[in-house]
Write a protein that binds this ligand. Structure first.
Ligand code: ZN
Length: 203
């Protein structure tokens, strides 16, 4: 199982990071060991000092495919959820400054908490899904998939040209603005279309 993540897929988030908006999807990966399943607690790792949350809509790939054509792309996922692309922001900055790969900032164990999946049939359209993240009861991120720079179908077409998509793979589709630090004893709740799908305690 592979985890794909998309960087800078909401213009307002690219702006808050002082990053340019990309002209094609910016893809990176996390290993399967990055996944933190629903209900598990998150233990703040020793190496980290500045972990940020990034709340993202996640697609679960439901069949194998490569070179997927746009008109078939929506057949490759049936369920969606929210996940957190946890990022050690200080290490990421060092990686960016040196032009180094950023796996050590983004792809460590349990850097990808995932929520419960729901059928996409529950939503009238993939282009107007609202989602939000609450930190200790306060809303810190709120997004709408209409603001995606590259929509779900575009991501599936692009990724499948380079990597075979396999049943069970996940695509974290990018975070809206409002990223910020997590701290020990935080409670994070992510809501998809108003429904809680992820509830994470930081230990
Ligand atoms: Zn992200």
């Amino acid at each position: 199982m592979k985890i794909f993540c998309i960087g800078r897929n909401y213009a307002a988030h690219a702006k808050e990071m002082n990053s340019a908006v990309p002209d094609k999807p910016m893809v990176f990966m996390k290993p399967s060991t990055a996944l933190l399943k629903p209900g598990a607690e998150f233990y703040y790792p020793d190496f980290a000092t500045n972990i940020h949350y990034e709340c993202e809509v996640v697609l679960k790939i439901c069949k194998n495919g490569r070179h997927i054509q746009r008109q078939f792309a929506s057949n490759y996922f049936q369920e969606i959820s929210l996940g957190l692309d946890l990022t050690e922001r200080s290490i990421q900055k060092q990686c960016k400054d040196k032009g180094h790969p950023w796996e050590i900032a983004k792809s460590w164990d349990h850097s990808a908490p995932i929520g419960k999946f729901v059928s996409k049939e529950e939503f009238t359209s993939m282009d107007s899904i609202t989602f939000e993240l609450e930190q200790n009861g306060k809303t810190v991120q709120s997004g709408n998939t209409r603001d995606l720079i590259f929509d779900f179908e575009t991501l599936i077409v692009y990724i499948s040209k380079l990597f075979t998509l396999q049943n069970g793979d996940l695509i974290y589709t990018g975070t809206p603005e409002g990223v910020g630090p997590i701290n020990k004893n935080d409670n994070l709740i992510a809501k998809l279309g108003g429904t809680e799908v992820l509830n994470l305690n930081i230990k």
